[in-house]
Design a protein around this ligand. Structure first.
Ligand code: 15L
Length: 270
């Protein structure tokens, strides 16, 4: 980190919704940004390297991580899906990533965890990073597993991770639940920057949310990151609340994980 920037930063999931944003916003933090996905990523721009990779392929992930100083791991399945799909990309994928990090002496990972680790808590319940997890599906379970993998690799090998339980990271909040869970792209970028650069994070769990009015999550246990969100969902409230409210028993109004709590079962479709 000679000029204050990371030497080579790996961004997995670079073709995804957030990956495409971070491809631009992470660039000032690193000399070389290595981008990866299973999907095509176009031609590399100056300061970029592109290496397509299936996270389920252990050897390919090992080659991907080689030469990197830090990883922002956004890759994998990002919605609720049948278990077998989650198993490959998320569960095997996170194991492959940490094994490669161990082998190639990567010291810092930022893991895109999710609010779906705690999705079956009711809206309004206050949680912090020590609250027991209540995953709302196989996707949420895989993120709990990822966080535990991060914890283990810190205790055993000293690889530090910030697991960001991302709320709803979209350009603008689109519904009542997102007024609580919204994370702006700017705040996501700042949280990742802090997660990469703050010394001595061990394994830290932080909720990824903007400075919204009524939040369910308490980030005091991650205060050492010094993350101060700049945006708020408040300017979007009047438009969202002018729309007819969903039924009171609609999962989007009941659980912190919203509609994810009502996905599946997938087995019966066979
Ligand atoms: C997530 O973890 C998903 O990746 C994303 O698609 C959103 O649904 C988000 O959570 C959310 O809960 O709003």
């Amino acid at each position: 980190m000679e000029d204050g920037r990371i030497g080579r930063l790996l961004l997995t999931g670079a073709a995804g919704g957030l990956g495409r944003v971070l491809r631009d916003t992470l660039k000032p933090m690193t000399q070389v940004l290595r981008l990866s996905d299973v999907q095509t990523l176009g031609a590399p721009q100056p300061g970029e390297e592109i290496q397509l990779c299936d996270l389920a392929d252990k050897q390919a992930v090992d080659r991907l991580v080689q030469g990197c100083d830090a990883v922002v791991h956004m890759g994998g399945v990002s919605v609720e899906r049948p278990f077998e799909e989650i198993l490959e990309a998320n569960i095997k994928g996170i194991f492959h990533l940490y094994e490669a990090a161990r082998r190639h002496q990567v010291r810092r990972v930022v893991f895109a965890s999710s609010n779906h680790t705690i999705g079956f808590y009711r809206q309004g319940e206050r949680l912090d990073a020590h609250s027991p997890t209540r995953p709302d599906g196989y996707y949420g379970l895989s993120k709990v597993y990822g966080e535990q993998m991060a914890s283990f690799y810190y205790d055993r090998y000293g690889i530090e991770t910030v697991s960001i339980r991302i709320g709803t990271a979209v350009a603008e909040p689109g519904d009542r639940r997102a007024l609580h869970t919204w994370l702006s792209f700017g705040d996501l970028t700042e949280l990742i920057r802090r997660s990469l650069l703050t010394p001595g994070v061990g394994h830290t769990v932080v909720y990824g949310m903007s400075d919204n009015r009524d939040v369910w999550w308490d980030n005091r246990l991650a205060a050492h990151l010094g993350y101060v969100p700049a945006d708020s969902s408040e300017p979007f409230r009047s438009v969202i609340e002018a729309r007819p409210a969903p039924a009171k028993d609609d999962p989007i109004m009941v659980y912190q994980g919203g509609v994810f709590t009502a996905r599946g079962p997938f087995e019966d479709a066979d």
